[in-house]
Design a protein around this ligand. Structure first.
Ligand code: LLP
Length: 424
């Protein structure tokens, strides 16, 4: 469910025509819908009503302060994976007591920063990380609340590049070593083992592999409790996958919540969820303008002003995004088969191959749907292209929440080496 629909022949976000935003802000430009973000958060929160839970929005999916603040206002916490994301989450008004810190490679400075802030939980992924965290915490006179991320060796399917729960992946501690880890934590002064954490991958649209992984986690929680550990939290990682195509039919948040309720039945424990995509994915689109249409060797290329640097997912994962013209085509308009590409000097700078589209011409505008998660956050300034602007809509109003940098700003952090600039 999202709030991007045609009205009077113009694609709207909530009550704002997207061509109005494109005119005022320019393209490429990301547009997020407050109503959709709110709906996605509330559907999940409602599904867990009555349980002890923390929805720690995975900031990596869409870390714009405007989006994070919108979610903070609904009660969301944050799942962060770097000092930068921790800074952003705090800056957006998410209290430290609702922040969990994930990731395999936390630096000393990042651990110190998180200890200083007093975050809710560290999701620890290795023995050296546990030892480093204990040392730093003890030096600061603190004890870090820790969940160990266990690797349940469950194949979640989905794209190989975003699957994480197999033995070959770098994530988590080995399942058979979990007991030893918790025992070791007992001896470390700076560690308080409070939870078990798992995350088997992203864009998982079928809850069955999740169920298998979560059942294993519940078994481990029971075993650890029997061994005397006060395990009070179970972190179940990222959320469900989302529909990218009209024909996609993923399991619903309600089914997901029901499955978790069943799995944890009879176990009194705080649930931590780290959804990113299911909250932000269908709450955002990327707008682009057609620069040229070129016909060559029997193919038609629609060349846009947005490139792979603005939306990496097709180049990185062969990802499919629906592409809609901002001006609705008549239903009887014959479709054309086109390749939709960007201006970047790379062959992977292609958003869609042999896509059926209504005829497009120079200066037409289009929207890449379902681009709210892992869209703007993955962008770069490759080819010295300014990062796309970001806008959020709320009913009939909108605001720019990240403006496009100027060329001066693009070079502002760079300088020539002193030996080229010193005067004779
Ligand atoms: N928690 C952990 C530990 C994660 O690694 C991730 C995603 C999440 C939560 C959030 O997962 P979600 O609810 O969004 O599925 N760039 C890729 C996706 C990478 C996901 C990385 N980790 C894409 O565009 O599909």
């Amino acid at each position: 469910m999202h709030h991007f629909h045609y009205r009077d022949g113009r694609l709207h976000c909530e009550d704002v025509p997207l061509d109005t935003i494109a005119d005022q802000v320019g393209t490429p430009c990301y547009v997020y819908s407050t109503a959709t973000l709110t709906r996605h958060y509330n559907v999940l929160a409602d599904a867990f009503d009555g349980s002890k839970y923390l929805i720690a929005y995975s900031v990596k999916a869409c870390g714009n302060i405007g989006v994070a603040k919108t979610l903070a206002g609904l009660g969301a916490g944050a799942d962060v994976v770097s000092g930068g994301e921790l800074y952003k989450a705090l800056h957006a008004g998410i209290p430290a007591s609702r922040i969990v810190f994930s990731g395999v490679g936390k630096t000393r400075d990042e651990l110190k920063m998180a200890l200083d802030a007093g975050i809710h939980q560290f999701n620890v992924e290795s023995l050296p990380e546990m030892e480093r965290l204990s040392q730093i915490a003890a030096d600061m006179g603190k004890v870090a609340p820790v969940a160990f991320r266990v690797n349940p060796h469950v194949d979640a399917g989905g794209h190989a590049n975003i699957s994480t729960g197999g033995a070959e992946h770098k994530f988590g501690i080995a399942w058979h070593e979990a007991g030893t880890f918790y025992q070791r934590a007992r001896d470390l002064p700076g560690i308080d083992p409070v939870g078990v954490d798992v995350h088997i991958g992203s864009q998982i649209t079928d809850i069955s592999p999740m169920r298998i992984a979560f059942e294993k986690v519940v078994t481990l929680v029971k075993q650890l409790r029997a061994e005397g550990f006060a395990i009070s939290r179970m972190d179940l990682g990222g959320g469900l996958g989302i529909p990218y195509k009209p024909t996609d039919n993923p399991d619903t948040p309600a089914q997901y919540a029901q499955m978790i309720r069943e799995v944890k039945q009879g176990v009194d424990i705080e649930l931590i969820l780290e959804p990113g995509r299911m909250i932000a994915g269908n709450a955002g689109v990327m707008l682009a303008t057609v620069e040229y249409v070129k016909h060559r060797d029997g193919r038609s290329f629609v060349i846009l002003d947005s490139g792979m640097n603005d939306l990496m997912r097709p180049a990185l994962y062969d990802a499919h995004h629906e592409i809609l013209p901002l001006a609705e085509a008549d239903s009887d308009t014959p479709l054309e088969t086109v390749d939709i590409v960007g201006p970047v000097c790379e062959s992977t700078d292609r958003f869609a191959k042999a896509r059926s589209m209504p005829p497009l011409k120079q200066d037409d505008r289009i929207a890449f749907m379902s681009a709210g998660a892992y869209g703007a956050v993955l962008s770069s300034q490759y080819n010295a292209r300014p990062i796309a602007a970001e806008v959020i809509v709320n009913g009939d109003v909108f605001d720019v929440i990240r403006r496009r940098p100027t060329y001066e700003e693009i070079v502002a952090l760079e300088s020539a080496p002193h030996w080229l600039t010193q005067q004779e």
